[in-house]
Design a protein around this ligand. Structure first.
Ligand code: KG4
Ligand code: ZN
Length: 394
């Protein structure tokens, strides 16, 4: 396997300096990047507050974001050793995610952007999970094939341009891969989130001990879609049968066999998509990309198929602000139009919209050429101050 190059380009001051805010689920993430260089990655997680409920409670997450926001932004600026005045833009996850949680991030990003006179970039959480790999392995090849596997999503995406053109090839028709890990962990009484614990137990188990089903892998099934609900049920039934028979549940073997079924299907379909589309790179992102078996299996299968695999380090795979900053920096570098002040938090933002240019009535969009694009004929002078060009020259 050809190993993806590590980003070696030294950060230069003409590369865009962007702060990114992520609040789509239970992590308050604030990252700062300059071009492809990671300067700070501050994350405050409310995961412990959700653990006793066995899943993320939206209201608890929103409140935690509100409390963590300002200290996390300050921590990121300190870590990066930059002043907010030097930023070239502020990027924020506009969706998809939990509506109330997203709203906290979007409101904070608007407040900072407005107060500092910086352009605002509302970006897509899923595209950010892909773009973060630029911080690890340098510029993404175009097109990039991405397998995105998290608690909320399992998708195969073809991205000719991560800032403007992301095409879904397939996705889960029921549960997301991470959701399956979380649900199986719950049945095994392993706590929440389930992925990391199952990953640990699986290391000591036999992946071939139990033959769990591989969903949607028949010859007539959609080649790039996923289904994990049947697998989850099969695991739950198997465990129940053991318990009913008064036998001990072999947690390590169940974990390893379940994990094997998930990672087998994910890697098989991803490699097939690369071959079918003639793409020689595969990027894997999202929380489940932290899974050790997924990484090892993908490495072997990609090597066998002559595909270069790119997987960011685990901390960049789970939700964080650096990924949002990475996509924001790419938006600035490619002169994408900033969002307007009407930027909405869109809980079901489609993956085909990597960037949200704003859409509210009277929305005025500053552009890189220093002119305002007035959606409805009511431009405002202050918007000129917010254009990227003005920031660079002031
Ligand atoms: O991307 P992420 O942090 O948040 C979402 O956008 O969903 O992903 C969280 C998910 C959870 O379901 C968690 O169980 C799973 O990623 N996860 C893992 C591992 N680490 C986190 N799944 C399998 N193996 C892991 N090592
Ligand atoms: Zn995510």
């Amino acid at each position: 396997m050809a190993t993806a190059p590590t980003a070696t380009t030294a950060s230069t001051t003409d590369e865009p300096l962007v702060l990114g805010i992520e609040t789509s689920c239970d992590e308050t993430g604030v990252g700062i990047v300059r071009g492809h260089t990671l300067l700070a990655d501050a994350v405050a997680s409310s995961v412990d507050e959700h653990a006793r409920f066995g899943g993320v409670v939206p209201e608890v997450a929103s409140r935690a974001h509100l409390e963590a926001m300002v200290p996390t932004i300050e921590r990121a600026l300190r870590e990066a050793g930059v002043s907010a005045r030097d930023l070239d833009g502020i990027a924020v996850t506009a969706g998809p995610g939990l509506a109330g949680a997203l709203l906290v991030g979007v409101a904070a990003a608007k407040a900072y952007a407005y107060a500092l006179g910086k352009p605002l970039y509302g970006v897509n959480h899923l595209a950010s999970h892909i773009c973060v790999d630029q911080l690890e392995h340098g510029a993404l090849p175009e097109p990039t094939m991405a397998l995105l596997v998290s608690g909320g999503h399992s998708s195969l995406l073809l991205a000719p341009d991560i800032t403007a053109d992301v095409r879904p090839l397939g996705s889960t028709i029921d549960d997301a891969a991470g959701e399956a890990f979380d649900k199986v962990a719950r049945v095994l009484d392993l706590g929440f989130p389930g992925g990391p614990v199952i990953d640990r137990y699986a290391r000591e188990g036999d992946p071939e001990a139990i033959a769990f089903p591989r969903g949607l892998t028949g010859p007539r099934d959609a080649p790039y879609d996923f289904s994990f609900s049947g697998l989850k049920t099969a695991v739950a039934r198997w465990i129940e049968a053991k318990r009913n028979a008064g036998e001990e549940v072999p947690v390590r073997d169940v974990s390893a066999s379940f994990q094997e079924a998930v990672t087998d299907v994910l890697t098989r379909k991803a490699v097939r998509a690369c071959k079918d589309e003639g793409v020689d790179h595969l990027m894997i992102g999202g929380g489940v990309a932290a899974n050790s078996r997924l990484r090892a299996m993908a490495e072997r299968r990609c090597a066998d198929a002559g595909i270069t695999l790119r997987v960011p380090r685990p901390k960049l795979c789970t939700d964080n602000g650096a990924m949002v900053a990475a996509l924001g920096a790419e938006m600035v570098a490619r002169d994408r139009a900033p969002s307007d002040w009407e930027l909405p938090a869109d809980s079901s933002l489609p993956v085909t919209e990597p960037h949200v240019p704003g859409r509210g009535p009277g929305g005025t969009r500053p552009s890189a050429d220093g002119h305002t694009h007035d959606n409805h004929g009511h431009g405002h002078d202050h918007v000129h101050e917010l254009s990227r060009k003005n920031l660079y020259t002031s």
